[in-house]
Design a protein around this ligand. Structure first.
Ligand code: ATP
Ligand code: MG
Length: 437
């Protein structure tokens, strides 16, 4: 086979045999977000480039190196979303969602695009689940968002993941810290990588986030942001810690965490796994009180997180956590001859209407091949209909696990009799059925 082209580097297909894993974790994400009072927001996959330049910050890696930006026919510069927050914030402002009052609590599940070197845990198209809170300045909001992220790991049974916490101060106290950092890094200017040298003036905190071994070694002895917090930031940080303690959430204070995006203030956090190699950060978030104003709105205390779904799935795999297999076919009906095929088609359509899974042949296979197919898809029951079955309005339904056969009606009594057999098959199936209805 000679395909005319292949998938774009850094992207991955999610195939039918694997999609149940995505659906399972996304389902838990939606449920957890809902139980914390969040509703879904869906924003376009592309935005005007300036939204990210301003929203994410033009000294960040994301804006400087990683954006997928192109000109449309009208010559406007468009960028594929590299993260979920800027688009959500724009949508809240543009649609006046704040008119309904605060707090605004929204969650998203979205693809993101970053032009990065593709490697394990790092793709050019990847997916994020995230929470957004607007109009909540209290430290209870920080604790709520952190607990909501943790609840996803808990519900999935992930234990080996640690929460790292820091505060990076506010507009008032950060300039003092910047000054101290600048002085420290200036004394190592020669050793820093080119990017970091250019960051020295504009945003020295970015150097703490640099992945080059030399810069990160130098960063180890840099001044610590927590020593520069103002009283309000200290009190806020204490409040967050108190809430987490009360919920028995364990954390480590890590003053090196500054996060990759420019809009963060005060609380920043990461959930890190040791199981999946160098790209161990599964979730990153914090407070971004300056963002709404930066985008042209009123000053609005805001916060949230982004969780990488690919990395989360890697953690599940590395931790040998089984994702429940998707439900299998409840009934496969084989029709022999055209009349019987029509009858089979008619029966499976009816079964599908009651939310069970039913199939019949759509590729023109003979009896033996259809039986093999029913086995392959693990059908729970099979039924063969031929001319004599149609004449008598009765057919044998076979329980594929027990090999037991029962004769049931295939006229208007079919559904009642089929469900009786289905329920008889055991409580588990009964429960399955009730859950599905
Ligand atoms: P990293 O330090 O790994 O580059 P980041 O600081 O750029 O991460 P964020 O912008 O905070 O990451 O994104 C939140 C989460 O999204 C990350 O913790 C990670 O799980 C996931 N993520 C970010 N970039 C990628 C990528 N290129 N491929 C897969 N997942 C990613
Ligand atoms: Mg990154």
């Amino acid at each position: 086979m000679k395909l005319i082209t292949k998938i774009v580097e850094g992207a991955k297909d999610i195939l039918p045999a694997d999609s149940y894993k995505w659906q399972f974790v996304e389902d838990i994400m939606r449920k957890q977000a809902m139980s914390y009072g969040f509703k879904e927001i869906r924003t376009p996959v592309f935005e005007h480039t300036e939204l990210f330049e301003r929203g994410v910050g033009d000294t960040t890696d994301v804006v400087q190196k990683e954006m997928y930006t192109f000109k449309t026919k009208g010559e406007k510069s468009i960028t594929l979303k590299p993260e979920g927050t800027a688009g959500a914030a724009r949508a809240i402002l543009e649609n006046g969602v704040y008119n309904d009052g605060y707090p605004i609590k929204a969650y998203y599940i979205t693809p993101c695009y970053r032009y990065e070197r593709a490697q394990k845990g790092r793709q050019r198209e990847f997916h994020q689940f995230g929470l957004e809170v607007y109009g909540a300045g209290s430290y209870f909001a920080d604790a709520e968002v952190i607990c909501a992220a943790k609840s996803v790991f808990d519900r999935l049974g992930i234990e080996n993941i640690s929460l790292e916490l820091n505060s990076i101060g506010c507009k008032k106290c950060r300039p003092n810290y910047h000054k101290a950092l600048k002085e420290y890094f200036a004394s190592h200017e020669e050793e820093l990588c080119d990017t970091c040298r250019s960051r020295l003036d504009k945003n020295p905190m970015r150097i703490l986030d640099c992945k080059s071994p030399v810069c990160s070694e130098i960063a180890k002895n840099a001044p610590i942001v927590l020593d520069y917090l103002c009283d309000e930031c200290n009190a806020h940080f204490d409040g967050v810690k108190k809430c987490l303690d009360s919920a028995d959430v364990k954390y480590t204070i890590n003053p090196q965490i500054v996060r990759g995006l420019d809009y963060y203030t005060r609380t920043v956090f990461e959930f890190v796994s040791n199981n999946i190699g160098a790209q161990g950060t599964v979730c990153g978030g914090g407070r971004y009180d300056g963002l709404m104003e930066e985008l042209g709105g009123q000053p609005t205390p805001s916060l949230g997180f982004g969780m990488g779904i690919e990395r989360l799935l890697m953690v599940l795999e590395e931790s040998n956590i089984e994702i429940p297999k998707p439900p299998v076919c409840d009934l496969y009906v084989i029709g022999l001859g055209e009349n019987a095929q029509i009858k089979a088609f008619n029966i499976v359509e009816g079964v599908r209407n009651s939310s069970l899974i039913a199939e019949c042949d759509i590729v023109g296979r003979n009896l033996k091949k259809q039986m093999m197919y029913a086995n392959k898809i693990n059908a729970k029951f099979t039924m063969v209909i031929g001319d004599s079955e149609i004449e008598n309005n009765k057919a044998k339904i076979r329980n594929m696990a027990t090999k037991e056969e029962k004769e049931i009606s295939i006229d208007e009594n079919f559904f009642e009799e089929f469900f009786a057999v289905y329920v008889e098959d055991g409580n588990k199936n009964l429960l399955d059925m009730i859950n599905k209805l």
